[in-house]
Ligand binder design. Sequence first.
Ligand SMILES: [Zn+2]
Length: 371
Amino acid sequence: MDRHFPTICVVLTILLVMAVMPAAYAVSDINDTVEITFPVAGPNRYSDDYQQIRGGGSRRHQATDIYGVKGQAIHAAASGRVCMAPGINEPMPAYGYIIRICTGNVVYGYHHLNNDSPGTDDGAGGYRNAYAPGIQVGATVREGQLIGYMGDSGNAEDTPVHLHFSIFDQDLVDPEIAESPWRQHYLNPYNSLVAAERAGRVPSSTSGALKTGASGSSVADWQADLNTAIDAGLATDGAFGPATEAATREFQQQEGLTVDGIVGPASRAAMERRLDELGQEPSNKPPGSSSSTGFPGRALRLEDPMLQGQDVRAWQQRMAERGWRGADGAPLAVDGFFGPDSQRAARLFQEEKGLTVDGIVGPATWAEAFS
Ligand SMILES: [Zn+2]
């Protein structure tokens, strides 16, 4: 028995070492590369500015600044849970709008999100111009998901618009950052950003073209337009699938455009002309006064910017009449904007009625509300 003891000790030591090793990845050097998705969609520029001296020499930068334009889309570099998103239903703190996404011992930081009204530098944009819909403390986000918009809040008001992107890893213990002016555990994101771009882990720009895989009200609008223009017979479900692509190609062919199944500016302009000839308005114009209670033809869902229109108002009115309330306990606001309260009411309603619970007011949910 005793002669086995050293062997047992070795085995136990190995097991113990394995147990304390971080599960995800182990970084030991501030310049190590971790696998992330590039957090900014569209044109941008950045450099290795981790070592730059800030605060009059009191601290180092320890992040990467990614420069772009105000309102540019910011996407999650990695999946996790939102552990910081200040300024929702409270004033914006002096340090600005920030998102932190926590996963294990790693925290991804996104600083200086937009605090201005569109097209201004008024500092009065509120959190809806900073955070994507659904972003709040506790929300789960997946890698590549839209989380917010680039801006200049906090101590970036007098600098060019940029995202200050940081990666904090509790397991990182590089001797170089063990002492002041360094703050411990901050990885240099630069190499990981370069690697993400080289590997093509880059979010697609959310503005402009629609193609297979896209979803949302802009797709539903396009489907409705195709139905009007070429009698495509598509479901206006907001999901750009093979049928929508085929109909788009057919329309492009009829119009003498490049036939690629992608809805860019040329296809949109052609659609506007075609609908004009037919005496119709494109569906992306705010819906007019739909007096009937039939399904309006577009799914109502939480988007950014929020869906707005008489159809939203009609649904809210109906829900309020039926006693549905917002998160604050007051009757659901009938304001024509499909916001978080509307989404919440839709979900609870769907749950009660045994419908698919997705918070989206499609034909079935609409019909049930007006039944
Ligand atoms: Zn910075």
